[in-house]
Ligand binder design. Structure first.
Ligand code: F0G
Length: 512
């Protein structure tokens, strides 16, 4: 533990060395030194091994060192890394940058990746064309790669987004701006799953096997962080100095937080008086410039696109295809939590339709890469007062008419969704369906999720309300395996808590 050969001269070219050695020693290592065989630190422990490993990982991260912590045993040969020779090492090739382009799904025009106007000349949204990425490797090798990362202490591996980085942003040179995000709980909540009080959500919906995927457990309290970590990283990579979005609240909270981390100016356009208190407070706290729009979200969306084009500001709504890419990680993480098995249904709330699109695109890619051998069916649930996607679905998707939106679930109070075309194609490709639920159904479902101690914001409860309705209509069978995505945290919308509470109390009183 006292390296007299290499340390003295190498220490001069390794200025972070004293900090790393101190971190290991103060966490309980008997000693720590520079490894003779390379740029590695060796720490000796007999107990507190995990604490020492974590302290080293944290110190490396705060010193901006791209390192890996490995715990290994000591024998008469010294400390050797155990390599499992039965499994082939996973080698990942990323495509050359110039081969990755933006593509219009409607007219197939291509644009360079650096283009920041994310509408094609035909007016439709652009996607990052990554269809061939990863296909050189089989599903087994990908699963092995992603599963190995679960035991890593490296920040990018711990992120439920960047763990899947080769599939999301295979661009060398993009430095992730990460908290890390994702890694959200998947709560068993079905009647037959022996999950104590959580099983009451299964009773409420009439399902034996139900899981709640709580995206409200992301760093800023909503699923938006998955897309934002990628979107803001790309903004920095492109050299943007300011970013903007229109929002019903969660996007603005997420963007403001990641922009603050990246040192970017953040401008948010919010529909005046229509954003829940928790979300508005976050945008203020994270120091975004807030512009209240006299109108609804759809008006703010039009304004922000115009503003970004006119003023050269980087747009971070889900029109931005990098946000959609980041949100695809929901599909990969969920399947990994299912040990690469597939539930029968995945149900999620829908507003601007970015999340429906991203989940579907992620599932389709996971299937194409052989990560899973079949597809679940997606259900996109809209509020009855903001249901243009549902109406289009009833019409066999042959027409689309924006509506004037009005629902208590402010997050999905959207009448003219930007990602309509993307969402339509994933619903068709996954044999999915679209449902609508009333505000009352939403409040009842919210109360059911809240009172078992999990909790969510009203829009999130639309998924649980949708599940209950589809089970009672016989569309979903009570024995099928269903995941309902909770998109936002309970604390986002404190005003709705009393409303939901009252809604159930009234029903209970009515029943008794
Ligand atoms: N659930 C929550 C909690 C949301 O915040 C949103 C959208 C959705 C569901 C719907 O997702 O738009 O991708 O279909 N919130 C956006 C925002 C619009 O500005 O925060 P979507």
């Amino acid at each position: 533990m006292n390296d007299r050969f290499h340390e003295p001269y190498r220490a001069r070219i390794f200025p972070q060395l004293p900090d790393l050695l101190a971190a290991a020693r103060s966490a309980g290592a008997h000693g720590a030194c520079l490894s003779g065989s390379g740029s590695a630190i060796l720490a000796l422990t007999t107990e507190r091994t995990q604490e020492v490993a974590s302290a080293l990982a944290r110190a490396a991260q705060s010193l901006n060192i791209d390192g890996r912590v490995v715990i290994t045993g000591l024998d008469h040969c010294g400390a050797t890394l155990g390599i499992d020779h039965r499994r082939p090492a996973v080698e990942i090739n990323t495509p050359p940058l110039e081969e990755v382009v933006l593509r219009c799904a409607t007219c197939a025009r291509h644009f360079p990746l650096e283009r920041t106007d994310y509408r094609c000349t035909c007016g439709k949204p652009l996607d990052v064309a990554l269809d061939d990425v990863g296909t050189a490797m089989d599903g087994h090798a990908w699963r092995q790669c992603f599963d190995e990362r679960l035991s890593s202490l490296h920040t990018v591996d711990r992120s439920g987004v960047w763990r899947f980085r080769e599939l999301l942003l295979p661009l060398p040179g993009v430095a992730p701006i990460t908290r890390p995000e994702g890694q959200t709980n998947l709560y068993p909540a079905g009647r037959a799953q022996q999950c104590n009080g959580h099983g009451r959500v299964g009773e409420f919906t009439g399902l034996d096997r139900l899981w709640l995927k709580h995206e409200g457990e992301n760093p800023t309290g909503s699923f938006k962080d998955r897309g934002m970590t990628v979107g803001v990283s790309v903004a920095r990579w492109l050299g943007a100095s300011a970013v903007a979005c229109a929002s019903t609240g969660n996007t603005s909270a997420s963007m403001a937080a990641y922009a603050a981390q990246a040192g970017l100016r953040a401008i948010v356009l919010l529909p005046q008086g229509k954003v829940a208190a928790g979300k508005l407070s976050q945008a203020i706290a994270y120091d975004a410039e807030i512009r209240q729009v006299a109108g609804d979200f759809d008006r703010a969306m039009v304004d922000v696109e115009r503003m970004c084009l006119d003023e050269g500001i980087y747009l971070l709504n889900s029109l931005n295809p990098f946000r959609i890419l980041g949100q695809q990680s929901l599909a990969f993480e969920l399947l990994q939590q299912f040990a690469w098995d597939v539930p029968d249904w995945i149900v999620l709330p829908a507003g601007n339709l970015g999340n429906t699109s991203a989940l579907g695109m992620g599932l389709l890619r996971a299937h194409r890469l052989g990560l899973v051998d079949r597809l679940p069916r997606i259900v996109s649930v809209q509020a009855a007062g903001a249901n243009p996607f549902y109406q289009s679905y009833l019409d066999g998707f042959s027409s689309f008419h924006p509506v004037k939106a009005h629902t208590i679930a402010t997050a999905i109070n959207i009448g003219d969704p930007v990602s309509y075309l993307r969402a339509k194609s994933v619903i068709q490709a996954t044999n999915g369906l679209v449902a609508q639920v009333t505000d009352e159904e939403i409040l009842q479902a919210k109360a059911a999720v809240d009172r078992v101690g999990i909790g969510c914001e009203p829009a999130s409860a639309a998924s649980v309300a949708g599940v209950k309705q589809l089970v009672s209509r016989g569309v979903i069978q009570s024995t099928e395996r269903v995941v309902a995505v909770l998109t936002g945290n309970l604390l986002k919308d404190p005003d709705a808590i009393m409303l939901a509470h009252q809604a159930t109390r009234q029903t209970l009183t009515g029943v008794s």
